[in-house]
Design a protein around this ligand. Structure first.
Ligand SMILES: N=CN[C@@H](CCC(=O)O)C(=O)O
Ligand SMILES: [Zn+2]
Length: 411
């Protein structure tokens, strides 16, 4: 005889609105005067409060959240971050304000390579503590799933130490953490790029597979970093070691990273500031999720990517923070605001790109990033009557509470 026990975990009721969110090609689905019921970590009902509470009485639930006057949206899925690192680069922000470019700072030994030096020197516990602290900040701003890349080690030992910190953070923290190996983030000081690519392929990737510590493999395909051929070599080797490709593509110079993303069947192509109309058509036809990182354009004070061209071509787009020592914001609400002001997404498009779009960029299309029935119960209660306040009330954290799998994990 089969016995199953289901548990009414949470009822969030009397919300001014609940945003279901489906995809950036679908009009925003939302319900007014609404409630959400959660059983065993999944959404079991979304609808008018009176109907939901009749079937799922709040008094039977472990958590009851009175969301009167507030809006409920899916937890943010931040699909592109470099959140595991040590050191501080706040002085580079000032140098950029005085006119230095990102490339000039790198050429002087700053930028990524400076973070590599600090990360190699940090202990395992320091790396973990810093990452956990960033996850706390992300959670308090409504992020419930985040992707974190390695790539500040650039040697086998430190890349593995970073990915181990990511694994431990995932175990210890309510936010779900998805690991990406990015040994090909920069060419280490004093090394030749081809020679280093061979190290990534023959040493780092086999070690990452043995440890089972990453799901994706990313590469910085950029002029002066890794060429298309070098990037292809890394991503194809990554596939052989069980990792799904992602590409930092067409950020500063148009090099062919978008085309490469299609060729290798990447889950996403990210940045895309220099993408051409052909890139747009090719990525959309191949269903590679375009990930836009407006915080990077804001920090570098550059033009923003043309996300509208992708939306017009039928793409389901994603928006993420790109949190890293150069783009120092863990806040998805801020990324949503910049997606609106910088890329002219509507608040609805930006919100869906930051939730369901992020799930697509991580190949998690079974409901993550939405509040439809059956989806993981990752909910954000906003201290505002509408999702429209996320980009409107800019510079203020709009999050009142966060539920992860139906448990209240932040108030
Ligand atoms: N573009 C390459 N990597 C990061 C920046 C990393 C850094 O500057 O430390 C990015 O996605 O923007
Ligand atoms: Zn990046």
């Amino acid at each position: 005889m089969e016995v199953t026990m289901s548990e009414l975990t949470a009822v969030v009721h009397d919300a001014a609105e609940v945003v279901v969110a489906e995809g950036t090609q679908t009009p925003l689905q939302r319900v007014e005067d609404a409630a959400v019921a959660v059983e065993d970590g999944r959404v079991v009902a979304v609808g008018p409060t009176d109907e939901v509470v009749r079937e799922y009485p709040p008094e039977n639930a472990r958590y009851t959240v009175d969301a009167s006057g507030r809006s409920v949206v899916p937890g943010f899925v931040d699909s592109h971050t470099h959140a595991c690192f040590a050191g501080d680069r706040s002085d580079e922000f000032e140098a950029k304000l005085r006119g230095k470019t990102y490339q000039e700072i790198m050429a002087e030994g700053g930028g990524i390579l400076r973070t590599v030096r600090a990360t190699r020197e940090a202990s395992d516990d320091e790396l973990l503590a810093d990452l956990l602290s960033h996850l706390d900040t992300m959670l308090s701003h409504g992020t419930t799933t985040v992707e974190v890349k390695s790539g500040y080690g650039l040697d086998t030992e430190t890349e593995l130490r970073m990915l181990d910190a990511v694994r431990r953070a995932d175990e210890q923290h309510p936010v779900d953490v998805v690991a990406t190996f990015m040994g090909a983030h920069a060419v280490p000081e004093g090394r030749d790029a081809d020679d280093y690519v061979e190290e990534v392929v023959s040493e780092q990737l086999p070690a990452v597979e043995t440890q089972g510590v990453a799901e994706f493999c990313d590469v910085f395909c950029e002029e002066g970093v890794f060429s298309v051929d070098q990037s292809r070599r890394v991503l194809e080797a990554g596939i052989e070691h069980g990792l799904t490709p992602k590409v930092h593509a067409e950020e500063f110079v148009h090099l062919g990273g978008a085309k490469l993303a299609v060729e290798v069947g990447a889950a996403s192509a990210d940045h895309l500031l220099q993408a051409t109309e052909t890139d747009v058509q090719t990525l959309v036809a191949a269903d590679v999720t375009p990930v836009f990182l407006p915080g990077t354009a804001f920090t570098l004070d550059t033009e923003y990517a043309d996300a509208r061209a992708f939306l017009d071509a039928g793409a389901h787009v994603a928006v993420a923070t790109d949190f890293n020592p150069n783009c120092y914001s863990q806040s998805m609400p801020f990324a949503v605001a910049l997606a609106c002001t910088g890329m002219k997404l509507t608040p609805a498009e930006a919100l869906v790109a930051a939730t369901e779009g992020g799930a697509r960029a991580l190949n998690r299309e079974g409901g993550l990033g939405t509040l439809r029935e059956g989806a993981p119960a990752d909910l954000v209660v906003l201290d505002a009557p509408s999702y429209r306040h996320i980009p409107y009330n800019v510079g203020v954290n709009p999050v009142a509470a966060v539920l992860k799998g139906g448990d209240v994990v932040h108030v």
